[in-house]
Write a new protein. Structure first.
Length: 126
């Protein structure tokens, strides 16, 4: 009987527990030393941003894809809330702004190099 009540309670509350489950998994990942920053939808930053976060700060960036629902959004929000707070505490309040600022010149340099090579005829014209 008690097991049945516990099972029913879990089934009914599961859709509303995304935020708490995200926070719990983020704490677990921090304890293991493998923090991730989760993104939903298309990436907001260039790949260089992901690389800087991974190399400098040990934070892996993962995109969950374009399909979203309320439970996934709540999970990602709860997870990132814990990770961002821990990263700001450890590395300073402007960690993500610094990483984005460093990624922009790298991305611009790559684009300029591609444009120079394209003008020199190294790539076929369309």
């Amino acid at each position: 009987m008690l097991l049945g009540i516990l099972w029913l309670t879990t089934c009914l509350s599961w859709p509303f527990s995304g935020h708490i489950r995200g926070q719990a998994e983020a704490c677990f990942d921090l304890l293991r030393g493998h923090p991730k920053w989760l993104g939903v939808g298309l990436p907001l930053f260039p790949p260089e941003f992901d690389l800087i976060l991974k190399e400098r700060y040990g934070i892996e960036v993962r995109q969950t894809g374009c399909l979203r629902d309320g439970m996934l959004d709540a999970y990602v929000a709860g997870y990132n809330e814990v990770i961002v707070a821990a990263a700001k505490h450890k590395f300073g309040a402007d960690i993500f702004k610094k990483a984005a600022g460093e990624a922009e010149p790298r991305n611009t340099a790559i684009l300029l190099t591609w444009q120079r090579q394209h003008r020199k005829g190294r790539f076929p014209r369309e």
